[in-house]
Design a protein around this ligand. Structure first.
Ligand SMILES: CC(=O)N[C@H]1[C@@H](OP(=O)(O)OP(=O)(O)OC[C@H]2O[C@@H](n3ccc(=O)[nH]c3=O)[C@H](O)[C@@H]2O)O[C@H](CO)[C@@H](O)[C@@H]1O
Ligand SMILES: C=C(OP(=O)(O)O)C(=O)O
Length: 469
């Protein structure tokens, strides 16, 4: 089998997903080669689509830079266009120009076509209610790693004065009057609900006080964008955010923060395969919790913060990896999206590791496939970390004990969600033999040109037959 590194070229930023849609939806991966080389990050999957939504709030066009070529960006482009936003590539590399000045409609058929594709549509509510007084939101998609209700979102929108009607085709919302600032305490520091409140409060009348807010770096970057647009937002201690509504916001120019979740995925790939990867663009500040864990497990890293050449090099320094007990949590805790790739690396650690997933109740199901490759992973209903979580009394297999090191062998794998997908690629690269991984188009949701990057790192793989349409 030949490495495909010579035949896959990076694509320029384009606004349709046709190039990746023509690629086969399965990949044959031959393990045993340490991944070595350099990959470059671009804007964060968990910020860029929301920054695109924020453009709806502006009176003029916005310019978003460092936009990755991932399917969540294509989906939001389609959604915005269905409302009359003009989205085009800019003059600067990786730039999108989003012009909302002609927004006056909601094309229900076009919007409905995006049902089940991502979590982002729910964030259109506030901006659309401000802009055109009504919103139609199709069923949400996103990773199936828990029930993922939207009750916090809807309660918040009602508190602002929105009328929410749940119908068979999705949500229909109206704002009979201008939305009003309000006091909201989230039952849990939900990322999406915090963004919902921010995107709604900035143009609402009066002051909004949000308590128990999430404070992930992507949220801080969204606040920076809103501030550039003219919003007045104060982030206080103890997860409290105050937003003073204004009458008008302008367009913004912003460079999206780099994707710390992708960075950690490559770090885990280096660890699991015994490799050495320089992740260009990775920033220490947004990854401190991950870096501590990476070091405790026995990984080595080196931060380069030279302007223009910043990045973090991650490598396996040799010797046995160490075990640990870990709980996922909201920021500044260990991000749940880091958990799955790390678990693959933990299958190579000497002894017993414990992982307690406290953010999503079903995010450890992906380990069944690792077991089919020879990993020893036992799932438990109990909270095996130090802190009892919301899932402890509810019969969810949300704690894992991983016993290692185990030699992984090739298997046939079906990708259930985004991070599991990347994790299966890592596992296949760490395993002996050739694995077939099905459903790889899911990985395009959050990893730009992953095949090109894998090829550049020396991974051995080839795409299977049967292109997806
Ligand atoms: C596109 C995006 O940015 N996705 C990220 C976002 O997802 P997302 O914003 O969907 O995740 P949330 O932070 O909202 O969810 C966290 C927890 O809150 C619960 N919840 C949330 C909302 C609600 O109305 N009711 C409710 O019960 C969820 O079921 C989950 O158990 O943050 C997650 C947590 O960092 C990340 O894993 C996702 O990658
Ligand atoms: C859970 C994730 O994404 P989403 O919220 O878009 O499903 C993720 O990025 O790991």
């Amino acid at each position: 089998m030949n490495s495909t590194s010579a035949t896959i070229l990076p694509r320029p930023l384009a606004l349709d997903a046709s190039a990746s849609a023509l690629r086969p939806d399965r990949i044959h991966v031959t393990g045993g080669t340490p991944l070595t080389g350099e990959v470059t990050l671009r804007g964060a999957k968990n910020l860029v689509p929301k920054a695109m939504v924020a453009a709806l709030l502006g009176s003029g066009p916005s310019r978003l830079r460092n936009v990755p070529q991932i399917s969540d960006v294509h989906i939001v482009t389609g959604l915005l266009e269905a409302h009359g936003v003009t989205v085009r590539t800019g003059e600067v590399r990786d730039e999108l120009v989003l012009d909302p000045t002609s927004v006056d409609k909601a094309d229900h058929a076009e919007i409905a076509a995006h049902a089940g594709e991502s979590r982002i549509p729910i964030l259109l509510c506030g901006p659309l209610l401000h802009r055109i007084g009504h919103a139609f939101i199709p069923d949400l998609g996103g990773c199936r790693i828990g029930d993922r209700p939207i009750d916090f979102h809807l309660d918040a929108l009602r508190a602002f004065g929105a009328v929410v009607d749940k119908r068979a085709d999705g949500l229909h919302l109206e704002a009979p009057q201008r939305l009003r600032g309000t006091k909201i305490t989230l039952p849990y520091p939900s990322v999406g609900s915090t963004e919902q409140v921010l995107l709604t409060a900035v143009l609402a009348e009066g002051v909004t006080e949000l308590r128990n807010a999430a404070t992930e770096p992507e949220i801080v970057d969204l606040i920076a964008i809103l501030q550039k647009m003219g919003a007045i937002i104060s982030v206080l201690d103890n997860r409290v955010i105050h937003i003073t509504g204004v009458d008008r916001l302008e367009g913004y120019t912003h460079r999206a923060l780099p994707d710390r979740l992708e960075a950690a995925s490559w770090a885990c790939a280096a660890l699991a395969t015994g490799g050495d990867i320089l992740v260009s663009g990775a920033q220490q500040g947004s990854m401190m919790t991950f870096l501590n864990v990476f070091r405790r497990v026995g990984g080595a890293f080196e931060v380069d913060d030279t302007p223009g050449a910043a990045g973090i090099r991650f490598w396996h320094p040799g010797g046995a990896l160490k075990t640990l007990a870990l709980e996922t949590d909201v920021h500044p805790g260990f991000q749940t999206d880091w958990q799955q790739p790390l678990v693959v690396a933990l299958t190579q650690a000497q002894g017993l590791s414990i992982v307690h997933e406290t953010v999503y109740e079903k995010r450890l199901g992906f380990t069944n496939a690792l077991v089919s490759m020879g990993a020893q992973v036992q799932l438990y209903r109990e909270c095996l970390g130090g802190t009892p979580c919301r899932f402890g009394q509810r019969n969810f297999m949300h704690s894992a004990v991983i016993s290692g090191p185990t030699k992984l062998h090739a298997a046939e794998l079906e990708i259930p969600d985004l991070r599991a997908g990347f994790s299966y690629l890592i596992a296949a690269l760490a395993a002996q033999g050739t694995s077939t991984v099905h459903g790889i188009s899911l990985i395009n949701r959050g990893y730009e040109d992953f095949a090109f990057k894998l090829g550049a790192l020396g991974a051995r793989f080839e795409f299977g037959e049967n292109a997806v349409d």
